[in-house]
Design a protein around this ligand. Structure first.
Ligand code: GLA
Length: 374
């Protein structure tokens, strides 16, 4: 199988992702609307023949050499290399052939900002290593495989959205992903005179793992309670809103209300986006943020300041936090003529209240993981 492997140096790329709407929905079996970005992580692949892999990064000083005969587990000292090592370990467990190589990663994705740098490096590593011997990698399998590595090796119990978007993204399109059936449709994103602006809190995200897992457990509890009266219910996103009246705990009821209403907002967003009704889409973004702030409680002072300051500006059609929350990024849908004004107002208000400088980036939607050049 590996006898014919090319000895050429190759370059691969995996994008980050932004979620347009459908937050904290993937692990509840509903619909999400992410898009792959045109920024991400690249990897230069240099073939070797010594049963080793050397992992280097242009952005981090840690270099790691691993022997392919060894067995690996998560080690905090391995820092960023835990992601590629996790992929290698799990590929080995599934008896995939792993070629000896040296890899140099380079990223232009702000880390820890909720743009899925971890999903990008996972999908990139798996795609690159498998591409040496396989020509038709199934991208749904690839996403599920990488999610499993994140859940088991890294021990973050994330849903499928990030890995799926990184693996399957398409230029100028969002992915309407049905997380219960792992099927997607592309939704063309035509913004006309508007732009999608990423607003980065530049606030290191803290306690994200435990609070993410806590929300997941709360949703499981909501599902368990509703199933007492609706035993056939497969997942929370299928529930009707009035069923949450059976939940007596107010916190659990609020979590369920977010999930059910957000799933409906995704359906409405797709409908209005297909008719180029950006004003209604903007209002759905605002409603999503409100629900994430009040009912799901995953926003926070920094994200709220960015979002609410942006929302006040005439010409901003809508804004909301994106990704897991607790820091990270927000998005705003803005008419191009007010972008500079929005940036000035938002950064000034944000700095005055937090002492932190936020940053901005215009979203451009790119393709999923791919070979760049040979
Ligand atoms: C993180 C997770 C995703 C998803 C989002 C919230 O990005 O990795 O699976 O749950 O949070 O929508």
């Amino acid at each position: 199988m590996c006898a014919e492997m090319s000895k050429a140096v190759k370059k691969y790329f995996a994008p980050g992702r932004v979620n347009l709407i459908g937050e904290h929905i993937d692990y509840n079996g509903g619909l999400v609307l992410p898009a792959a970005l045109n920024i991400g992580i690249s990897a230069t692949y240099i073939p070797q023949s010594d049963n080793k892999i050397v992992l280097r990064s242009a952005t981090h000083s840690l270099v790691k050499e691993i022997n392919l005969s060894d067995t690996f587990s998560f080690n905090p000292q391995n820092d960023w290399t835990n992601y590629p090592i996790g992929i290698i370990e799990h590929l080995k467990r599934e008896n995939h052939y792993i070629p000896s190589c040296e890899v140099i990663f380079e990223s232009n994705l702000p880390e820890g900002s909720g743009l899925s740098s971890s999903a990008a490096i996972e999908v990139l590593t798996a795609f690159m290593l498998l591409s040496q011997t396989e020509s038709n990698i199934n991208r749904t399998w690839l996403a599920e495989f990488c999610q499993q590595v994140e859940n088991e090796f890294i021990d973050v119990k994330c849903g499928i959205m990030d890995q799926y978007a990184v693996a399957n993204g398409k230029k100028d399109n969002a992915l309407l992903l049905d997380c219960a059936y792992l099927k997607h449709d592309f939704v063309p994103i035509e913004l006309g005179d508007c732009r999608l602006l990423l607003m980065n809190t530049n606030k290191p995200r803290s306690l994200i793992r435990s609070r993410y897992n806590e929300r997941k457990a709360e949703c499981e509890e909501a599902l368990r309670i509703i199933r007492n009266v609706k035993p056939q219910l497969k997942n929370l996103c299928e529930a009707e809103m009035h069923w949450i009246e059976t939940i007596t705990d107010e916190v659990i009821r609020k979590r369920a209300r977010h999930v059910i209403s957000e799933n409906i907002r995704v359906k409405e967003s797709v409908k209005v986006l297909r008719h180029n009704d950006l004003h209604t889409f903007g209002r759905l973004l605002n409603a999503s943020h409100q629900s994430l702030k009040e009912d799901y409680e995953v926003s926070g002072t920094e994200l709220d300041i960015l979002v609410e300051t942006a929302q006040e500006i005439k010409g901003c059609l809508g804004a909301r936090m994106t990704g897991a929350g607790f820091g990270g990024c927000a998005i705003a849908l803005v008419h191009h003529s007010v972008i500079e004004k929005l940036k000035n107002n938002v950064s000034e208000t944000y700095f005055n209240s937090t002492g932190i400088t936020c940053s901005f980036h215009t979203v451009e939607i790119g393709d999923g993981v791919r070979l760049l050049s040979e």
